[in-house]
Write a protein that binds this ligand. Sequence first.
Ligand SMILES: [Zn+2]
Ligand SMILES: [Zn+2]
Length: 289
Amino acid sequence: MNGVKTETVVSLAPEMRTLDYPVVFQFAFVTLVALIGVPLFGYLYDYTWLDWTLFGVLYVITGLGITVGYHRLISHRSFESHRWLKFALLIAGGWALQNTAIKWSADHVRHHARVDQEADPYNAMRGFWFSHVGWLFVSDPYADDKYEAQFRKDPLLLWQERYYVPIVLSGFAIPLLAGFLHGGWREAIGCFLLAGVGRMFLVLNSTFCINSVCHLWGDQPHSQANSSRDSWWVSLVTFGEGYHNYHHAYQRDYRNGPMWYNFDPSKWLIFAAAQLGLASNLQRATVKN
Ligand SMILES: [Zn+2]
Ligand SMILES: [Zn+2]
């Protein structure tokens, strides 16, 4: 759109995409538990301070695992990280149930390379629901191993892929165990529901908003070359990722909100890590006016 030259891509008919049943069942389960099980348990038994605290702490940790780890560090190499920080970010990102860092980043690099085209994995031209979550439920005829190749050279990313399932399970085990130690089985279930499944559902949907809302509604102060838009309120729930128009224009910048007053906790964390010697080589774009 907007007069951008697009590469000619062999287009497959939408009906050639087949439903991915394991993913559909997985998301149906998380959604039903989050929307019915979580409020029902709260109504019947109430949640404790521990449930709410772990809910908030795990929302922040897993959200930053995606934004700072999967997105800015792995996908865009917008800074270099100390090995232990990278390890922690890969664990935190894994707890968000958004696939391995290799798969996530390969999809994301293709999103930038093919934005608004059929080969864009979360192509916003196909509407809100496809770009929000529908793309996960169907096979992707444009998946291409070449986007994964650069990430497969990194031993730490291969390690995360190998242990992805135990990492995901440990993300559920923490609230379950913490709740059990604090108040027995009833609190174990409450903590698992609120800080495990409910938190995961919210982090998933806030991340999805970057692909849907931030390509449909908002301002385009930096570029009209594609559908990306800045949305300040999406930044509030995604640790700064809502400044998506800036991000598409200057994708290697470690900041998504470049101004000091932009709410971008991910850039603040990267900057703080650099002050502590845990991050280096922070990339900053020279913005054209
Ligand atoms: Zn985008
Ligand atoms: Zn990006």
